[in-house]
Design a protein around this ligand. Structure first.
Ligand code: ZN
Length: 408
């Protein structure tokens, strides 16, 4: 057991609701606070001096200078296991080239598939761990990671096995998701339907057997999989015992409805969601995940986060870090910018990157600084927590704790 502190402010996020809008005066801010950690869990959060006098013999981990503490962040949507780089796609898109022109010149998702297939296991693992360590340095200690650049049995399993291997080499929690239904690979001979059957019959049983992922994702979009075939696929994966998440409504509306109907844990993207479907999502337990990094990478509009919150949805904010449409990877910067465009309160942004995104991953043991929860904490050298979003990601995390242990 130890006491960490004193912190100028601790923003606990305690007592905030899982769904709907939040105001900043609902934030619990403990001034001159401390956190008692026991066996990786939070034992108590309160005034540092009071905690110290309650536990005379307690070990104290003193904080240098003035710092504030927040629950560490949860990035509930990434594609950070990949080979290659798509800087040329980015440059071409900004130069006005179309999706088709980029694909014809050797770019697009297919290029990431080729690079990922060609990458050795060592290379994939090394770059994956570098990205994980970058995220930890931002205060992100729980990271969802999708497959989806292998698109055949061998390479989808290779990706998921590397994610599993990475888990053995990091203290961060990695949550793997099978996204074999990212798109039908060019070298698959058969229809979309036949490819989805191939995933069900050939990929998912092996994923299950090796314990590589408990979640399945699909990209429902004109250029990927169509609504009806996707719904059928999702119901089958559910029967196999997988949790579901969906890439929904990125460019065209309609698929978030399917996500809700099949009971998905989350519907992610939603840039094109229509008002009627916003209400439909808001009345469900499916988390609406905004991915501002994709809007910033593509120059597209943001997810209607304000409307979703006002309607009562559970809004998470994640990075979508991937080599094509969201190359930045800095969730704090992205969420801060989303807040300025969508008019989100600090409480709503912090909730979206912590306990609400944790809920999307089925992890209800983290995301707030409350007794009994996982002691994952991020601190900043500042005397005002508002500076974290105000600096739009340029205020670097000072210390990152996982299970109460300092990582840096
Ligand atoms: Zn994505």
């Amino acid at each position: 057991m130890k006491l960490i502190g004193p912190f100028k402010q601790i923003v606990t996020l305690a007592n905030l609701s899982l769904r709907g809008k939040l105001s900043d005066d609902q934030l619990e801010i403990i001034v001159d606070g401390g956190v008692v950690v026991n066996e990786g869990k939070i034992q108590k959060v309160g005034n540092f001096e009071e905690l110290r006098s309650e536990n005379q013999d307690i070990d104290i981990e003193f904080i240098k200078g003035e710092q504030i503490a927040l629950p560490a962040f949860v990035d509930s949507h990434t594609h950070i296991c990949f080979g290659g780089n798509r800087a040329n796609d980015f440059a071409m898109r900004n130069a006005g080239k179309t999706y088709l022109e980029i694909a014809e010149s050797g770019g697009g998702i297919w290029s990431s598939v080729q690079h990922t297939r060609n990458a050795s296991e060592e290379e994939l693992l090394k770059t994956l761990l570098e990205r994980i360590n970058f995220l930890i340095s931002l205060g992100i200690t729980t990271i969802e990671i999708k497959s989806g650049y292998g698109l055949d049995v061998e390479n989808e399993l290779k990706m998921l096995r590397m994610i599993k291997k990475a888990q053995q080499q990091t203290q961060a929690t990695l949550v793997p998701t099978c996204l074999s239904a990212h798109l039908k690979p060019r070298d698959f001979e058969g229809s979309n339907q036949e490819y989805l059957n191939y995933i069900i019959n050939d990929i998912l049983p092996k994923v299950k057997e090796e314990g590589l992922a408990k979640r399945v994702d699909i990209f429902i979009e004109k250029s990927a999989f169509q609504p009806e075939e996707s719904k059928d696929f999702l119901l089958k994966t559910k029967d196999l015992g997988f949790e579901i998440t969906v890439h929904a409504d990125q460019f065209t509306p309609g698929s978030s409805r399917i996500a809700v109907e099949v009971g998905a844990k989350s519907a992610d993207h939603l840039e094109a969601t229509i008002d009627e479907d916003i209400d439909f999502i808001a009345q469900s337990d499916t988390v609406a995940t905004a991915l501002p990094g994709a809007s910033l990478g593509l120059g597209e509009k943001f997810t209607p986060a304000r409307k979703l919150l006002d309607a009562g949805a559970i809004l998470a904010i994640a990075s979508d870090w991937n080599p094509g449409s969201a190359p930045m990877g800095n969730l704090i910067t992205q969420a801060s910018i989303l807040a300025t465009y969508e008019k989100l309160t600090t409480a709503e942004v912090l909730a979206g990157m912590t306990f609400r995104s944790a809920y999307a991953l089925g992890l209800e043991d983290r995301g707030k600084l409350e007794q009994g929860l996982k002691a994952d904490i991020v601190t900043y050298s500042t005397n005002n927590f508002q500076n974290v979003l105000y600096n739009q990601g340029s205020l670097k995390a000072e210390n990152v704790y996982i299970d109460g242990i300092k990582q840096n």
